[in-house]
Design a protein around this ligand. Structure first.
Ligand code: HEC
Ligand code: HEC
Ligand code: HEC
Length: 226
């Protein structure tokens, strides 16, 4: 039991480590000329952006040991006592992106047994199995938002109502917002798997019907020149 709590603590630490690099990077960057002239966009919105953004520096090793991740204070003894993510992640199913662990599969295969309450180890999660399909106007497959793998880790209040109004197809979501760290991007790219060229299919998982055609706007349909 104590061993698994230790593992979870290390996982929590590494999940946090996943959030920090962009903030840490912006803090250590030299002052740019745009900043001097004051034309730089709001600092907060820049550091909130997903690391997927090709203009931001990539994290070389997302699972570096605490004393090598550039986030923890190496002068602090505690840093060296922390369990390294690679040790904690041993034996967990892997993926090709993010911190290279398939957390959904790790949980479903029983390799992880998270606690849902800090004080009471008996608390069970309130898991809801409800898929929401978000039809996408572009030719990419439609998005399926599955409540199940989310509510296995999160509470309803982590998303409702602040990030998403709990009503089907009411929220406006698009890739730009996600890549800027909003909507799904509040978590994906930070503490959950990031949008990368290898992970599109995880969210865009429902193929279009065979007879699907791009929707035409009224203007196009009425165009006498067509
Ligand atoms: C990770 C974020 C997240 C979590 C956690 C979450 N939801 Fe949702 N929920 C969504 C999204 C996204 C939608 C779809 C909104 C849309 O399509 O505009 C949604 C939609 C809904 C809807 C509308 C369904 C419909 O048919 O109109 C209900 C009800 C709902 N959620 C209840 C819950 C409950 C209860 C929980 C906790 C057990 C929960 N949600 C946890 C993100 C979440
Ligand atoms: C975390 C989930 C997630 C990932 C990963 C993801 N998408 Fe999306 N994508 C969405 C959602 C949600 C929408 C909005 C769907 C809607 O219109 O309701 C969307 C919309 C889109 C659209 C339509 C235009 C727009 O911005 O709304 C395109 C094109 C697209 N995605 C391409 C991609 C590509 C390419 C990748 C991989 C590099 C990718 N997506 C990865 C969730 C995701
Ligand atoms: C509050 C945080 C949060 C938000 C917001 C959120 N997710 Fe997630 N999502 C997670 C976590 C945590 C997981 C499980 C860990 C992982 O897979 O990285 C997950 C897993 C998933 C999975 C399951 C992947 C699998 O392996 O089966 C999909 C699909 C997904 N998210 C899509 C979305 C889409 C689409 C949105 C926006 C409509 C969204 N998520 C918003 C936190 C979030």
């Amino acid at each position: 039991m104590s061993k698994s709590i230790f593992k979870l603590t290390a996982i929590a630490v590494s999940l946090v480590a996943f959030v920090l690099p962009t903030a840490a990077l912006s803090a250590s960057k030299p002052v740019t000329s745009a900043e001097v002239t004051g034309s730089m966009p709001d600092k907060l919105s820049v550091s909130n952006a997903n690391v997927f953004n090709r203009l931001l520096k990539k994290v070389n090793d997302p699972n570096a040991a605490p004393d090598k991740d550039g986030i923890h204070d190496t002068a602090n003894e505690g840093t060296h006592a922390l369990q390294a993510p690679k040790v904690a992640y041993e034996g967990l199913p892997t993926t090709e992106f993010g911190n290279h662990i398939d957390w959904v599969q790790a949980l479903n295969s029983g390799k992880l047994d998270p606690r849902y309450d800090r004080e009471d180890p008996e608390v069970e999660p309130f898991v809801m199995d409800l898929d929401i399909v978000r039809p996408v106007k572009a030719s990419v497959p439609d998005v399926v938002f599955p409540h199940k793998p989310h509510t296995q880790w999160l509470h309803c209040s982590n998303c409702h109502p602040k990030i998403f109004i709990p009503q089907r197809n009411t929220n406006q979501i698009n890739m730009s917002a996600i890549l800027l760290g909003k909507k799904c991007g509040v978590c994906h790219g930070k503490v959950a798997f990031p949008p990368t060229t290898k992970s599109c299919k995880k969210c865009h998982s429902k193929p279009k019907d065979a007879d699907w055609t791009p929707p035409l706007s009224n203007a196009t349909v009425k165009n006498p020149w067509r």
